[in-house]
Design a protein around this ligand. Structure first.
Ligand code: COA
Ligand code: AMP
Length: 633
């Protein structure tokens, strides 16, 4: 195959040849007529003219045979669902999973879902969530999974935008020791969504809290499955959408990232072998949630497209029941590659710094630990290396790209690690660091991280129903480049260092959240004149949101009571996952003379970092007031 540098160079010098070769690992009903359609920049499409079915590639192909299949895997485990919160382990072979998925595709078809229709999936970490996703893929329908930690308002926004025919949900999720009833949240969201809501809902009843069903609208999963017939795979265009996944932008309106079928299947299959170095038949575990892109790519699609066994874990790194949970699961199921977020390791380290909960767990099959979701801080990196004695690989990507932009590609060549760096750009991605005017900055200097177009297969072709926002959000700052929203640098050896977001997105426990969305909610409180939410450094979660609130003139609000109300408001509207726990009253917000709130400066004050007073500031005295309010003066 060649060295990493050789593979990388080829991917940029001959992208069409490179991605045509990668496409051979996928079963096509009709091969693409054009590998890269670049006739309409900045919109690029991969595998134009090709036809395939993603579910066929993920399941049927391994049961019945097809292109790219080394051996049949019908009896191999496809999914292992390990749920310490319910005390159960449930497994599905490829044949069993295919049958379940075909039957649920029959359920959806029976409810009128056809190719191109949307289905919203609002479910906890249960195998049925994966079944529902794959059933949509089977029909050529477009799924949109909404993370279970989001509140009704956020679910309603997504329903409004996606306009699903059907919503698939569950009666409850289990968060540590707490049972969270989903159905009341769903009912409230459907009220809020009004006429854009679905005609039908399918509800998985879980024994921990059964939900009451609305006559004529709601259907129980098990009743529907019992009555359904299996549905075959529907062949779709490579460029047809497979899913929409909403992600936080800088405003309260999330962005509907579109994933197509062809590019996605090729890129994920390629990444399993080349980025993660896993082979068909091995066990892969991404300890994330199906509501996030990591769950889409590496709990569901990637491992199944590669003929691996995927572990779905319904639990936490700590508390279910102890900080040895990850090691128990990895040992019990023979995991070869584990993927999690650094925050999960920090949580384990906090409770078991010595690693004594590792004792007694045979991790001899665990070859590598991959980390993403936020930067891997060198302390966490060193701790994990010393504890596990295997390669610990930081890799950087986003919902938009769908797979790694920078990584140490274990399947090609393991490069030396530089702690704090996700190593080098992955084949297919030409990453550059640009200054404000769009010029490339010299090695070692900070700037905006941008990727030269076209993006490789698998990354977003556009935003759902909004080409204009796709261009204005990502492509208009630097012509010919995709703006990642992250800042960082590339050193003399070509290693990338990602230093954090340069926009109003924050990262809380590996969860991507919009400060703008929180500000919009806080601003609805009658006592609030204006506010800013910033992400402040947090030892465990990386960042935590902090609200700085200016109270309306003449309003006599008790700061502690106001904080309680704002915390409840954000929790109720966005969800517990926002982890919004602190709101501080300040006399004024620091602004530029043109009225822009100086969030980066407030962040530096809150973190106790050195900062330069911006030359554009309207009144520097405000910074002292903020420092005082934050106890930093
Ligand atoms: N449904 C309902 N509520 C949820 C939820 C879900 N699916 N997921 C999280 N929440 C709730 C939590 O219960 C918590 O509620 P609380 O404020 O009442 O305690 C809140 O949202 C914040 O959750 P989280 O940030 O996850 O904090 P935590 O204290 O429960 O756990 C960690 C901390 C570090 C253990 C946990 O965040 C973790 O495992 N992170 C890994 C992140 C990850 O996998 N990210 C995906 C990218 S790879
Ligand atoms: P999401 O779209 O939820 O996957 O979040 C993507 C964002 O998380 C990126 O834009 C980064 O800000 C951050 N991120 C993810 N992985 C890393 C990483 N390995 N290093 C630094 N930041 C990361």
């Amino acid at each position: 195959m060649g060295t990493f540098d050789e593979v990388y160079e080829r991917s940029l010098a001959d992208p069409e040849g490179f991605w045509a070769d990668a496409a051979a690992a996928i079963h096509w009903d009709a091969p693409p007529t054009e590998v890269l359609d670049d006739s309409n920049p900045p919109f690029y499409r991969w595998y134009r003219g090709g036809r395939l079915n993603t579910c066929f590639n993920a399941l049927d192909r391994w049961v019945d045979g097809g292109d790219g299949v080394d051996e049949l895997r019908g009896d191999q485990l496809a999914i292992v669902h390990d749920s310490p919160v319910t005390g159960s382990v449930t497994t599905y072979t490829y044949a069993e999973l295919r049958d379940q998925v075909a039957r649920f595709a029959g359920v959806l078809a029976g409810l009128g879902v056809e190719q191109g229709d949307r289905v919203v999936i609002y479910m906890p970490m249960v195998p049925e969530a994966a079944v529902a996703m794959l059933a949509c893929a089977r029909l050529g329908a477009v799924h949109s999974v909404v993370f279970g930690g989001f509140a009704p308002h956020e679910l309603a926004i997504r329903i409004d935008d996606a306009r699903p025919k059907v919503v698939v949900s569950a009666s409850c999720g289990i968060e540590g020791a707490r049972v969270i009833e989903y159905k009341p949240l769903l009912d409230r969201a459907l009220d809020l969504a009004g006429s854009s809501g679905p005609q039908r809902c399918v509800i998985l009843q879980r024994p921990q809290a059964e939900a009451s069903l609305v006559e004529g609208r709601d259907l129980s999963w098990s009743d529907a499955m019992a009555a359904a017939e299996s549905h075959p795979c529907v062949s779709v265009e490579a460029t047809d959408p497979l899913y929409v996944l909403y992600t936080s932008g800088t405003t309260g309106k999330p962005k509907g990232v579109v994933r197509d079928n062809g590019g996605h299947a090729v890129a994920l299959r390629w990444s399993m072998a080349n980025v993660y170095g896993v082979r068909p038949g091995e066990v892969f575990w991404a300890a994330s949630d199906v509501g996030w892109v990591v769950g889409h790519s590496y709990i569901v699609y990637g491992p199944l497209l590669a003929g691996c066994t995927t572990v779905m874990y319904e639990g936490k790194p700590v508390g279910t029941p102890d900080p040895g949970a990850f090691w128990r699961v990895a040992a019990q199921h023979g995991v070869s590659v584990l993927f999690t977020a650094p925050t999960a390791l920090r949580a384990i380290k906090k409770e078991d710094a010595a690693g004594s909960f590792l004792d007694g767990h045979d991790l001899s099959r665990l070859r590598a630990l991959f980390l993403a979701g936020e930067r891997t801080d060198p302390d966490t990196y060193e701790w994990a290396c010393a504890l596990l004695g295997i390669p610990v690989i930081d890799h950087w990507w986003q919902t938009e790209t769908g797979w790694a932009v920078a990584a140490n590609c274990l399947g090609i060549e393991q490069l030396p690690v530089k702690p704090g760096s996700p190593t080098k750009p992955v084949p297919g991605y030409r990453v550059e660091i640009l200054d404000e005017l769009g010029a490339e900055v010299p090695a070692g200097h900070d700037g905006a991280i941008a990727v030269k177009l076209p993006l490789p297969p698998g990354s977003l072709p556009t935003l759902w129903n909004d080409d204009a926002r796709f261009v204005s959000s990502y492509l208009s700052t630097y012509e010919g480049y995709y703006l990642t929203g992250d800042g960082g640098r590339i050193d003399d050896d070509g290693y990338l260092f990602v230093m954090g977001r340069i926009d109003d997105v924050i990262n809380v426990a590996g969860h991507r959240l919009s400060t703008g969305a929180m500000e919009e909610i806080i601003a609805t409180h009658p006592a609030v004149a204006e506010c800013a939410v910033i992400g402040v450094a947090d030892e465990l979660k990386g960042q935590m949101p902090l609200g700085l609130v200016v109270v309306k003139d003449g309003v006599d609000a008790d700061p502690a009571e106001l904080e309680r109300e704002l915390v409840a408001l954000v929790r109720g509207e966005i969800g517990a996952v926002a982890s919004f726990k602190r709101a501080i009253v300040v006399p004024r917000l620091p602004k530029t003379r043109s009225g822009k709130v100086l969030r980066a400066t407030m962040r530096a004050i809150a973190d106790g970092r050195e900062y330069a007073v911006p030359s554009t500031i309207d009144d520097p005295a405000v910074l002292d007031e903020i420092g005082g309010a934050l106890g930093r003066s």
